[in-house]
Design a protein around this ligand. Structure first.
Ligand SMILES: *[C@@H]1O[C@H](CO)[C@@H](O)[C@H](O)[C@H]1NC(C)=O
Ligand SMILES: *[C@@H]1O[C@H](CO)[C@@H](O)[C@H](O)[C@H]1NC(C)=O
Ligand SMILES: *[C@@H]1O[C@H](CO)[C@@H](O)[C@H](O)[C@H]1NC(C)=O
Ligand SMILES: *[C@@H]1O[C@H](CO)[C@@H](O)[C@H](O)[C@H]1NC(C)=O
Ligand SMILES: *[C@@H]1O[C@H](CO)[C@@H](O)[C@H](O)[C@H]1NC(C)=O
Ligand SMILES: *[C@@H]1O[C@H](CO)[C@@H](O)[C@H](O)[C@H]1NC(C)=O
Ligand SMILES: *[C@@H]1O[C@H](CO)[C@@H](O)[C@H](O)[C@H]1NC(C)=O
Ligand SMILES: *[C@@H]1O[C@H](CO)[C@@H](O)[C@H](O)[C@H]1NC(C)=O
Ligand SMILES: *[C@@H]1O[C@H](CO)[C@@H](O)[C@H](O)[C@H]1NC(C)=O
Ligand SMILES: *[C@@H]1O[C@H](CO)[C@@H](O)[C@H](O)[C@H]1NC(C)=O
Ligand SMILES: *[C@@H]1O[C@H](CO)[C@@H](O)[C@H](O)[C@H]1NC(C)=O
Ligand SMILES: *[C@@H]1O[C@H](CO)[C@@H](O)[C@H](O)[C@H]1NC(C)=O
Length: 661
């Protein structure tokens, strides 16, 4: 009998009769009326419970869920939404909704458990003065207001009754103030135990982290990164024994890390980079952090040796210690870190690069190894042992820039078949660029800037397969930790600009026309070498080129007109060569400044304010007025110092500074 009634009701509902509550239907219509979206919501059925994004429950079919994320809704939230009195789940994330936070609406929704308004355009204060004493309903469990334009301080009273709160995310707004973190979280111990996730990241919170935060004993995720917090970590932070993710990076926190931090044995992610933490790193015992996967202590002022206890973190995949003042060697025990994929120790004061390489080649999964400006006054990495041993078979990035390395480009590098990025810039490496470089199957960034390399740039080098065809070598995977490259932060290897940089060496001969095959190349730097001959017409094959620097060589002849076909070229320099004739016009060439061409007395064109007709006349002038010509030619010699200085400055401007991994 009941079943019959039920089926009857169902049939009834699906025909003309309204199943949804009239008041709720009107409230929804009013919501829709104050927003707009394209394509329109599928809200044509008579029964509002069958509308897109609406779900009803229970006898009487009351609206319990309204879920319209990413639906391109713009407009404001109507006060009539308060009439959806059975609503428990509201998700309007990823729309273009604006206006102020409709606190008065939500306070009456006393069955509301989940409220997700993230990634919209809401603005202003969460709780304007006239609404003080208004709070969210006791039912609220998850509140996500991240990525909006809220500002002002987060008034404690808004959460006064929120004793069921589990997750609180207001990251990526413009909130300021901080005074007492726990002050505006429910400060009854019973209540705070429910809180598992807090994200206040990407705001302007300032001041110290209130020590009472350790009362939030259920906390698993604490994200306070990218704010203006100062002071130290609470000494008893270890009381947060359930903590899994601690992200405090990019603040102004200082002091040494309290030993009790190592009692947070459930930690998987510990990101403290870009702060002012300091102290002896070797005094920390990492061995209890058996679940630790990613640790980033970069850009702080830690001193001392890399602690052996780090080798006991068996789960660790990513370690970043770059930009500190660490000394000593890479601990040999790191050879046992079989899951390590990412290690960055750039910009420290370590020693024994060969020892480091011998240790780390045992880390079978190592894919990313940043060791620039980390060893000083090292001699050589031309090491026979490394050639005879295997290892590094998964290595994709290797940087060893600025280490004062001498010797030749070591031949063991030829065995690194997966290498994609190789940076040996700013060393004292001499000899030729070996031709096997051109056979490295996945190499797409080669940086040999500022060394003592000599000989020709042989055509074999221009075979680099990963710069010719987009093959499987493009890696879409995310790196465990972001890294800085040419002062930009990257999360993905794939996004790196493909580059061949051999500037500031002593390379000779012609620029090989085979370079023109590298059609995926974004950056080509040949500056400040001794290249001569003309600029190959075929460089016009570099269809993706964005930067081309050939300044400071002995190139002669004309600038090929074909280069105007390089539509993405935004930086170009042939300054300080011996080029002649008219500067091509059209395409990107109409945007390059005079500095791109200066130091070539025989070049002419509007950009140099040198009229080609006049120059041609000067050129053709017979010996009648020899003093004009001799003084013309004397100038470059007289300005030798200037030229050199300018060439260097132009290069410095051009190639931005050291990679800061
Ligand atoms: C929609 O809004 C207009 C004014 O903006 C109002 O006149 C109309 O009554 C509203 N309709 C509903 C269903 O709320
Ligand atoms: C609109 O929703 C109804 C159910 O209410 C459904 O039958 C119909 O297929 C939907 N139309 C579109 C275009 O999705
Ligand atoms: C619906 O909401 C409006 C605005 O909050 C309110 O004025 C009205 O009284 C409500 N209607 C019902 C039936 O609750
Ligand atoms: C809201 O919807 C988005 C998109 O489907 C989803 O990613 C997000 O997890 C939802 N929010 C909540 C709190 O369920
Ligand atoms: C908050 O933002 C609003 C505009 O959205 C602005 O008028 C107000 O001055 C801001 N208040 C503060 C404290 O920044
Ligand atoms: C922050 O919000 C802006 C839009 O307001 C968005 O473009 C950006 O991706 C967000 N950033 C993060 C880290 O979520
Ligand atoms: C908070 O929101 C931001 C931006 O949407 C997101 O990246 C972050 O993972 C969220 N944090 C938590 C703990 O949910
Ligand atoms: C820390 O929070 C507690 C509890 O809310 C408060 O009494 C105390 O004044 C705060 N301390 C500071 C330094 O703000
Ligand atoms: C750590 O995590 C495990 C499993 O996720 C859990 O059982 C345990 O309660 C957590 N807390 C502590 C303090 O170990
Ligand atoms: C490299 O060696 C020179 C001396 O040969 C020294 O002056 C310079 O500081 C060293 N550079 C680095 C980065 O160690
Ligand atoms: C270049 O010089 C010639 C001859 O002196 C003159 O006719 C012409 O207008 C000049 N062109 C420009 C662009 O100044
Ligand atoms: C290459 O080296 C130069 C000079 O050290 C540096 O400015 C640049 O960031 C490096 N680029 C790459 C792609 O390694």
């Amino acid at each position: 009998m009941l079943t019959v009634i039920f089926v009857f009701l169902l049939l009834f509902c699906s025909s003309k009769v309204l199943c949804c509550n009239q008041i709720e239907r009107d409230a929804l219509l009013s919501f829709y009326n104050e927003t707009s979206t394209a394509p329109p919501l599928n809200w044509s059925a008579t029964d509002c419970c069958r509308w897109e994004g609406v779900a009803c429950e229970g006898y009487g079919s009351r609206v319990t869920r309204l879920s319209l994320p990413g639906r391109a809704l713009s407009g404001t939230i109507t006060p009539f939404l308060a009439n959806l009195s059975f609503l428990s789940y509201l998700n309007l994330s990823g729309n273009h909704l604006s206006g102020s936070f409709p606190l008065t609406v939500f306070r009456s929704l006393n069955r509301l458990r989940t409220l997700d308004l993230s990634s919209n355009r809401f603005s202003g204060l969460l709780q304007p003065p006239e609404l003080s004493g208004t709070f969210l309903p006791v039912s609220i469990r998850a509140l996500d207001l991240s990525s909006n334009r809220f500002n002002g301080s987060v008034d404690p009273s808004i959460l006064r009754r929120a004793k069921n709160l589990i997750s609180f995310n207001v990251s990526n707004n413009s909130f300021s103030g901080f005074n007492s973190l726990s002050g505006w979280l429910p400060n009854d111990v019973y209540r705070v135990r429910t809180l598992k996730e807090i994200s206040l990241s990407n705001n302007h919170f300032s001041g110290p982290i209130n020590g009472s935060i350790v009362l939030l004993s259920g906390l698993r995720v604490l994200e306070l990164h990218v704010n203006e917090l100062s002071g130290g970590l609470p000494m008893d932070i270890g009381l947060l024994s359930n903590l899994e993710q601690l992200q405090l990076h990019t603040n102004s926190l200082n002091g040494s890390l309290p030993p009790s931090l190592m009692d947070c044995t459930n930690l998987t992610t510990l990101l403290l980079r870009n702060n002012r933490f300091g102290g002896e790193i070797s005094s920390l015992d990492f061995s209890k952090l058996q679940r630790l996967q990613a640790i980033d202590l970069g850009n702080n002022s830690f001193v001392g040796r890399i602690p052996d206890s780090l080798c006991l973190c068996r789960s660790v995949t990513a370690v970043r210690l770059a930009y500190n003042a660490l000394v000593g060697e890479i601990p040999p025990c790191m050879a046992s870190l079989k899951s390590l994929t990412h290690l960055s120790v750039s910009d420290n004061y370590l020693s024994n690069v060969v020892g480091a390489l011998r240790t780390l080649r045992n880390c079978d999964n190592l894919a990313v190894l940043f060791m620039s400006r980390c060893f000083h006054d090292e001699t050589t990495i031309t090491d026979d042992d490394l050639w005879h041993q295997s290892g590094f078979q998964n290595l994709q990035i290797l940087t060893l820039g600025g280490c004062n390395l001498t010797g030749q480009i070591p031949s063991w590098i030829a065995k690194l078949r997966n290498i994609k990025v190789l940076n040996l810039s700013y060393n004292k490496i001499s000899g030729p660029i070996p031709t096997w470089v051109g056979d490295m199957p996945h190499l797409f960034v080669l940086n040999l800037t500022k060394n003592f390399l000599s000989g020709d740039l042989s055509p074999e080098i221009c075979r680099l397969p990963a710069l010719i065809a987009d093959n499987a070598s493009t890696d879409l995977s995310y790196l465990a930790l972001p890294f800085l490259f040419d002062s930009l932060q990257y999360n993905r290897l794939f996004n790196l600009p493909r580059g061949l940089k051999v500037g500031n060496n002593s390379l000779t001969g012609n620029i090989p026309e085979e370079l023109g095959r590298l059609k995926l190349l974004h950056v080509l730097d040949l500056s400040n070498n001794n290249f001569n001959g003309s600029i190959p017409d075929k460089l016009s094959g570099l269809l993706n080129l964005e930067k081309l620097d050939m300044s400071g060589n002995h190139l002669s002849g004309k600038i090929p007109q074909s280069l105007t076909g390089l539509h993405f070229l935004s930086l170009f320099s042939v300054a300080y060569n011996d080029l002649e004739g008219e500067i091509p016009s059209g395409g990107q060439f109409n945007t390059f400044p005079a500095a791109s061409f200066e130091g070539n007395p025989k070049l002419c064109g509007n950009v140099l304010k040198r009229n080609c007709t006049v120059v041609t006349q000067v050129d053709m002038m017979p010996e009648e007025e020899p003093e004009v010509e001799s003084s013309w030619y004397d100038i470059p010699f007289g300005l030798g110092y200037f030229v050199g200085f300018f060439a260097v400055s132009v290069t410095l401007l051009f190639t931005s500074f050291l990679d800061k991994c």
